[in-house]
Design a protein around this ligand. Sequence first.
Ligand code: SF4
Ligand code: SF4
Length: 314
Amino acid sequence: MEKPVKDARSGSERDERKAGRRTVNRRDFLRGMAVAGGAAFLGTPTDVEALHDLSGWPDRMGMLTDLTECVGCRSCESACNAANGLPAPEVPFDEKSVFERKRRPTASAYTVVNRYGNPKGSGNPIYRKVQCNHCEEPSCASACPVRAYTKTPEGPVLYDKDVCFGCRYCMVACPFYAPAYDYESALEPKVVKCTMCHGRIKAGGIPACAGSCPMGAITFGRREKLLKIARDRIRKFPDRYVDQIYGEYEAGGTSWLYLSGIPFGELDFPTNLPRKPIVENTKGFLSAVPLVLTLWPALLGLCYAANRNKEEKG
Ligand code: SF4
Ligand code: SF4
């Protein structure tokens, strides 16, 4: 078995990358509300921006997690917490009892590793790292009424807390249950999730989890290159892998790709996702919600924005 590389970029690809687009800031949002009228603005959500033509971003980056390499050491969790200034975990990183229940990302853990039994009967459990998959056409971005999400040309999907007013539609829209809500910040609504270490990528580095994995289970590089690496491994080692790269097509494709030795459904990956982006469905999401439900978070958002303005002036 070849030793997987952690950074699949060529030297020139590591150069600093150009800045992603911000879609809208708080001031733009409030200005939009004033011009269009709050209720009218929020009652016509079908103007959600069509997302991007990704063919113009051929160099967007991705991550390839090879689940057959992961040993569940949680070094990636530890590195993620350190890189993002997150608190110490509830269960220490070297404590195996953490695997007794399945976890999902939270406001204090943007990535978590879960353990599964091995149906091949080899005795070795299988570990699955979970985080935002940085979709090619992110439904979180499509569902967000104030466009707090941006798909960057580099690949990561970023969230802008200064725009968010806490409606949490993105959490409902995400097919991978990735965004978490920071309940500690009742007056500062905040959704949190993995950023794929966008700042590090822009500076020519690699995401913290990929850099920390002692097994080389996480490879960072151009998505197109990662797909070739993954196909190559499946071709060379057909007994080791199922013939599928999870994330190549699911929900229109994701920046995070996976290889596995057992069917993905046995590892709690959603296997009923369409191949086309879910964006098309979430565009209509808000219009399918009763008006009162649409307006309520909007009104809360206005109250929040007004309070923030007061605080900023005071
Ligand atoms: S995995 Fe969820 S939160 Fe991450 S980009 Fe996709 S839809 Fe958005
Ligand atoms: S650091 Fe690597 S081997 Fe350790 S849990 Fe994370 S992915 Fe698995």
